[in-house]
Design a protein around this ligand. Structure first.
Ligand code: ZN
Length: 200
């Protein structure tokens, strides 16, 4: 799409106009539960917000009720929009990894990842090391992965990485599909922007 025709939306938090694809879409389901519509396709009135904790925190429940034109919204067990968005982004990362696994594009486990990195590392892959991986594994693998020019991110737990591919806990995995690798990295970047407080 050319820049001229690309749709713009206004962030409900900071009121700035940005490309629609850069913003997060928030909707409510028929019961009034707030959902992060990461694919932007749910058939409900949506509110747009920058994938940034500062903008998300500016949205209170009353404002969302107004923008989404609802009578009320459920509390999601304590109304915390950033928690809803973070959970959806974590789930998105897990489902993208699952898709890569189904397509035979995931290598997991310390030994296999090391072997893959020795053979023919590709900078369009993505390496994920679990946040709770042992320091020994982190030291050993991150040097090799970085030397191979493969982007490396720390994300979710060993148990979650394993679950994403239907296996036992994994400290490390490689996504070897360029498109899915990029999608996973983008979702992780958004997650960090939403969850990590700005140090200013
Ligand atoms: Zn904003």
């Amino acid at each position: 799409m050319s820049p001229r025709t690309e749709p713009l939306r206004t962030c409900t938090g900071c009121k700035q106009k940005r490309f629609k694809r850069e913003l997060l879409r928030i909707v409510a389901d028929p019961e009034g539960r707030v959902i992060a519509d990461l694919k932007g396709k749910l058939p409900a009135r949506g509110a747009y917000v920058c994938p940034d904790r500062r903008c998300i925190e500016k949205l209170d429940k009353g404002q969302l009720i107004h923008v989404l034109k609802r009578d009320s919204l459920l509390d999601n067990g304590g109304f915390e929009l950033s928690t809803v968005v973070a959970a959806a982004l974590r789930e998105r990362v897990r489902s993208l990894i699952g898709m890569a696994q189904k397509g035979g594009k995931v290598v997991s486990g310390t030994n296999l990842v090391e072997a893959a990195m020795r053979r023919s590392p590709n900078r369009r892959w993505l390496a994920l090391i679990a946040e709770d991986a042992s320091e020994a594994i982190v030291t050993k693998l991150s040097a090799r992965i970085t030397a191979g020019g493969v982007p490396l991110r720390r994300f979710i737990t060993r148990e979650d990485l394993g679950m994403a591919i239907g296996k036992s806990p994994r400290s490390v995995l490689l996504v070897k599909d360029a498109g899915l690798a990029r999608a996973v990295e983008e979702a992780i970047n958004r997650y960090k922007a939403v969850c990590v407080r700005e140090v200013s």
